[in-house]
Structure formats: C-alpha cells, structure tokens
Design a protein around this ligand. Structure first.
Ligand SMILES: CC(C)(COP(=O)(O)OP(=O)(O)OC[C@H]1O[C@@H](n2cnc3c(N)ncnc32)[C@H](O)[C@@H]1OP(=O)(O)O)[C@@H](O)C(=O)NCCC(=O)NCCS
Length: 291
C-alpha cells in the first residue's frame, strides 16, 4: 500500500499553497487505487488509461514526446507529474493555462518563461513513488538558478553491503564523509549517506549544473551541520532537510535555495513547510484546472 505523493515547498508565496490546498483536500489515495487497469503496462502511478491520456495533453509537445518515449510506464508517469506540478503552481497564481510557458537551460534545467508574473524559481525531483517540487520567489539571479531539490528513497541495492555501496561512490565523497560513513553502524550510515547525497544534488541542481559539478567539492559535515564547497562555507544558502514515509518506505531529501547575504543555514523542515498529495488526486485536480 503506497501513496504517490508530490511535495511542494513555499517560500514567501504561501497563497499558492492555500490555493492548492483548497483544490486538493481529499486524503491521499493509495497505489492499490492508483494502479492502472486496462491495457497499459503495469507500473503507472495513476488509474486508468483515460486519466493518463487526458493528463498528457496538459503538457507541451516537447514534454509529451519525451514522456511517450519512456519504455517504463512509471518513468513516464513520474515525468508527466513533474511537468504538471509547475503548471499547477502558475495556474494557482491566476495564469491562464494557455499562457504558461517554460524553457530549459543548456544543461537541461527547466525554468518559467511565462510573461507578466513575478519571477519564480522551481525545481523537481523524482524517485520511486515520490515526485517532489520546490519553489521560491526568483529573487536572486535568473529564476532557473536559485533553487534545487533532490529526494531519494532510503535503500541500498539488494545483495550489496553498505560498505560496498558507499565504496562505489567513494570518488564523489570527501575523505571526512567517507570515514564518517564507514565507521557508522550500517543503518545509521545509510541515513547519513542520503543526507549527504541529496544535499549535494540539491545544491548542484540549484546551480543548474546537476552532475556536471564534481560532488567531491562539496562536503556535508553532519555532526557539525556545516556545508563546505571547495573548503569554504558557501554564502547565502538555505538548506532544508525533509523526510517522508510511505508505508514501510522512507524518503529523505534536501531543498537548497540561494537567499543571498552572508548567512548559510541547514534546517530540518517545519511541519507546514511540506505539502503532500496523492498523485491520482493531484492529476485529477490538474485536469480540472489546466484544461
Ligand atoms: C539533472 C540531474 C541532476 C538529474 O538528477 P537525478 O537525480 O537523476 O534526477 P531528479 O529526479 O533529482 O531530477 C530530475 C529533474 O531535474 C531537472 N533538471 C534537469 N536538468 C537539470 C539541471 N541541469 N539542473 C537542475 N535540474 C535539472 C528536470 O526538471 C528533471 O525532471 P524530468 O526528468 O522530469 O525532466 C542529472 O541528470 C544531471 O546532472 N544531468 C546532467 C546535466 C548536464 O550536465 N547536462 C549537460 C548537457 S549539455
């Protein structure tokens, strides 16, 4: 039994969430309810070919093309929802569906190009049953570059020990990080690892570089709660760590936002920071709102 949530973050634009809440008040559906019947391959996140076919019309032709090329239906559904999430964000700001537009940087980071609205930055991440979006006012720099999010299911590959799992990723970790992980009990080490990894991903996704940035340049010293990039604390960043449970599955994630100024902080998400919906219900609401 799994629900398929999406996550949204607000930073200075709470009315968006209030709007979304009004539309999405139904309790989360579960995967059992959300599974496809009909003639689609298994693995889709929401029920019925009809819902999928209606939802795919909500996105632009380029996204549709990409989504339809996925071999695995669950990859297609995750990407579809990740493309609908920022559309709903804009729709709830009063932008007519036809006016919503996006572009991508050369490195592939999507950003909003809808004219006539205040700049807003967003970023999405998806893993297994979770699709997450973080958004914030585009206060600093071009809107694509100020926010990044990464979320991952807390697990290691089957039949692989924790030590061998982190050893494979050794080159992406600093000496301190690697030492900390291999000297921790495996369960605790796994949790620490996912904080380190999702923070590195979120930071580099906020920069718009993703894996194009050497992860070993970033160090997250969890014990002291300090992030270093090239040995120095990067100025003006806000890192928010969050956790979600989905039945027996646990997810960890980090949102990184460039705020400007000198302070950099790492915080655990406040309860109202995060909103979680079932994908099934979210997609139904999107069809209602975006058509
Ligand atoms: C983008 C990237 C970080 C994705 O990491 P991931 O952990 O596999 O995936 P996540 O689920 O966290 O994020 C995927 C989302 O990130 C966004 N994204 C894509 N490129 C991005 C970038 N350069 N920076 C930030 N976000 C990006 C997209 O919205 C994407 O959603 P989609 O797959 O539904 O389109 C990784 O694929 C990457 O770094 N790619 C290399 C980019 C690059 O160097 N391109 C060179 C082309 S010239």
């Amino acid at each position: 039994m799994m629900n398929i949530p999406s996550v949204t973050k607000y930073g200075g634009v709470p009315s968006l969430i209030d709007h979304l809440r009004r539309f999405l008040q139904t309790p989360p559906a579960h995967l059992d309810d959300a599974c496809l019947g009909g003639d689609l391959p298994s693995g889709c996140l929401f029920r019925g070919i009809q819902l999928y076919q209606r939802a795919i019309l909500l996105v632009d032709p380029g996204s549709r093309d990409r989504i339809q090329r996925f071999y695995r239906r669950d990859d297609a559904c995750r990407t579809l929802i990740s493309r609908i999430l920022p559309r709903m964000l804009l729709r709830q700001r009063g932008v007519p569906a036809q006016a919503i537009s996006f572009a991508s940087t050369q490195a592939g980071k999507p950003y909003i190009t809808t004219p006539g609205i205040e700049p807003i930055g967003f970023n999405v991440s998806h893993d297994n049953a979770l699709i997450a979006m973080a958004f914030a006012p585009g206060r600093h720099g071009p809107p694509p570059f100020n926010i990044g999010i990464d979320v991952m299911k807390v697990q290691r590959p089957a039949n692989e020990s924790f030590i061998s799992f982190v050893s494979v990723l050794r080159s992406q970790l600093t000496n301190m990080e690697f030492r900390l992980l291999v000297t921790s009990p495996p369960d605790q080490g796994l949790e620490l690892f996912f904080w380190m990894w999702t923070l590195k991903e979120a930071y580099t996704k906020a920069l718009g570089l993703g894996l194009g940035f050497d992860f070993a340049r970033i160090e997250y010293n969890i014990h002291e709660d300090v992030v270093l990039v090239d040995g120095k604390v990067p100025k003006g960043w806000h890192f928010t760590k969050f956790e979600l449970s989905d039945g027996d599955d646990r997810y960890q994630g980090v949102a990184a936002e460039f705020f400007g100024g000198d302070r950099t902080e790492i915080v655990m998400a406040e309860p109202n920071w995060l909103v979680q919906y079932s994908a099934q219900y979210f997609v139904q609401a999107a069809i209602h709102e975006l058509v």
